[in-house]
Every structure is written in C-alpha cells, then in structure tokens.
Design a binder for this molecule. Sequence first.
Ligand code: URA
Length: 428
Amino acid sequence: MRAVELIARKRDGAVLRPDEIRFLVDAYTQGTLPDYQMSAFLMAVFFRGMTPAELAPLTSAMLHSGDVLDFSDLPGRKVDKHSTGGVGDKISLPLAPIVAACGVRVPMISGRGLGHTGGTLDKLECIPGFSTQLSPSKFRELVATLGCGLIGQTAEIAPADKRLYALRDVTATVESIPLIASSIMSKKLAEGIDALVLDVKVGSGAFMRDAETARLLAQTMAGIGAEMGKDVVAYLTDMNQPLGIAVGNALELREAIDVLRGGGPADIRELTLILAREMLRLGQADPAEAERALDDGRALQRFREIVEAQGGDVRVIDDPDLLPRARHVEPFVSTRSGFLQAMDTRAIGVASIHLGAGRHTKEDSINPAVGFMMGVRLGDWVNDGDPLLFVHHDGVGLEAARAELSSAFTIGDVRVAPPPLIIERLEA
Ligand code: URA
C-alpha cells in the first residue's frame, strides 16, 4: 500500500477501507510512516471527516497499538465514565467508589489537567503518598478486590493515540470530531470495559461551546462504542459555570470528600448520582443502590479502602485540614450590583492555572493548594463589593489571575434563569 495514495483518496472525499486505515496507523506507530504524511492525512480527515465504517477500524487500530486490559475473568460487567473536561469537575472522585461499593467494577484510567480543565490524577495526588502509577498486576488486584482502581495512562495504553495526539497538537488538527472521538474511545476501550458513560460538557468552560457540536461528539463516540460491541450512554451536561464551589486540586478533593460524607454542593451530588445510576444500570445492578451507598457510608468506606490500597494517607479523609492549604485567601469582588447573567468559565479555569493549579507546559509542576471557592452561581443577585469568589493563593500569579477574572463575570439588571444541569441523554 502507498501512503500517498491513501492520503489523496481521503483528500478527495473517498471512504477508506479498514485495512487501509490499519495500515496507516500501524505504520505510523512503528515509525515507518513519517510525521509529514500522517500530518497530511490528519488534515484530510479534518476537512473530509470519517464515516462510522472508517471510525471503528481507526479506533481499533489505536486501541490495539498497545496493551488492552482484560478483566473478563472477573465476574460482572466493567463500566467506566469519561468526562470531556470542565472546570471544577471532580465527579469521578465520589462516583467511582459509589459504583464499586454497589458491586460494579470500575477500572478507571484518568488524565491530568488539559488546557483550562482539571484532571482527576492531579486531584488524587493531593493525598500524601497516593500513587496513580500502579503496575498492571496491582491495578488488576484492586479491581478484583475493591472493584476499583484509580490510575493514570501508561506508555503501553494506546501508544498510537499518544503519538497522534502530539502530532495533532502541532498541526492544528485537534478540533476534529472524528479524531477526538477515536482518541478518547481508544483509551477508554483499552481499559477492558463492557460499557461506558460519557459526560460531554457544554458551555463556556467546555471544549464544546454549543450543544450541537457536543451532541455530534457524543453521537460519534457512542457510535464507535456500538460498532465495537460496547454499551455507551452519553449525557450532555452544563459547563456554563464551575461544577460545585471548589476549583483547584486540594479544594476539589475536599469537596468530593464532603459529597462522600453525604454533604457537598447540590449540583455535584445530583450529577454524581445520575451518572452512578447509569453506570449501575449498564453494570446490571440496581440503580437505586447508588443513593443508599452514598448515604449509608459504604461509598466513603470504599474510597478509604482505595486510598489506603494505593498508598495514600487515609487520615485526610477524616481530617481534610491535613490536605495542602494555600497561605492566603482573599475575595475577588463585584464592581457593580445586579444579577449574575453569565460566567466565562474557561477564564476561571485559566485564572486558576496562573495561580499554579494547572500547567502552562507539560513539564510544569502544580501547586495542589491553590484555586478558587466560588461565591455565586448564575442567576444570583450580587451587590457592588460582594465576593464573586475567594482566591486561595501562595503569592504566585495573583495579578494575572485577577486580570483574567476581570471580564469573566457578566452582571446585569435582568435575571437569567440558571441553566439546567442535564441537557440531554443519548444512546447509540
Ligand atoms: N481528549 C483526548 O483524549 N483526545 C482528544 O483528541 C481530545 C481530548
């Protein structure tokens, strides 16, 4: 097969055969297809898109470029959740232990902060000693015994995606629905799961700003899952304001622990339970168990066991004051009275990065203690001088964060209705 012919056919709008797609991905992973040819192919996909018949082999080739975990010897269906990323999205932290406590196994492989959004791994690593880099055998042991392990992607999982993503990042081909969908699904399906719940974020703090694009991404991912024999349910959920109150790693972990204790902000509890019920349904367990496991302490106990098994200091669960805390807390106040009509949630995420809660470059280390505690929600009335949020900082990046926040809040005379948390549920 000649790569240049396949590139030309995709450029001209033809549909490639599965063996042709596999050839391109395999050759690129093995290093025999140069970056310039793969870049041209990616750009052709960017403009021409891909049919479902092309997407399944693309995803499969990326998935099989490395290790595919196999938990089929463990009883029951294995189910995971993936969020496309948002600000204050700490849902995985309470969700995974709830579902595991109800008897459905959750082999969860999470990521770090990406762009302006936070990542589950960075939040978990606020727990002293907690390791997200477990050996495959240790991960398997946790999934077998506790029903859940919480780890990061390894070099062996979907290495083709790793290389392709890095290339897309520098060739302006990240924002392509088929490429995003196959990238996410190849990593998730490498977990050896039977079913997946997708939380596709929509709004000012999401990668997808409008419901139409988010719906297309959700349908594309669900379609790939269906082609590959997996049950996928997607939710489009609101990201026009941070989820919950806390933004920043240790602050979010504290909030997640509050939720596991039966408290926490209403939106976090609600979304966690909606996704937990869906995961239990897909895992053929009783969805009603989710709320019971949260309220009777089983989910908190399971979280404690997971933290202990992954080397973390469980004392932080009983005494979250042991978590890293910023040296300074100061309000960021409104300069006028009115109703909070809109938030630039992306700017809030970017402002938290200036404080050190996220990375400007891959090599940066993060400050787990810093971030924001939101003081307002959409639709609230605020007075001139009221705190819009509280900045937790260690003296770094404060001016840049303030500059970013200065235009992040739209306050006006007309009250807007707060957006619904759940926009839509869809299946393949
Ligand atoms: N996240 C991924 O894992 N892949 C993409 O292509 C975009 C976001």
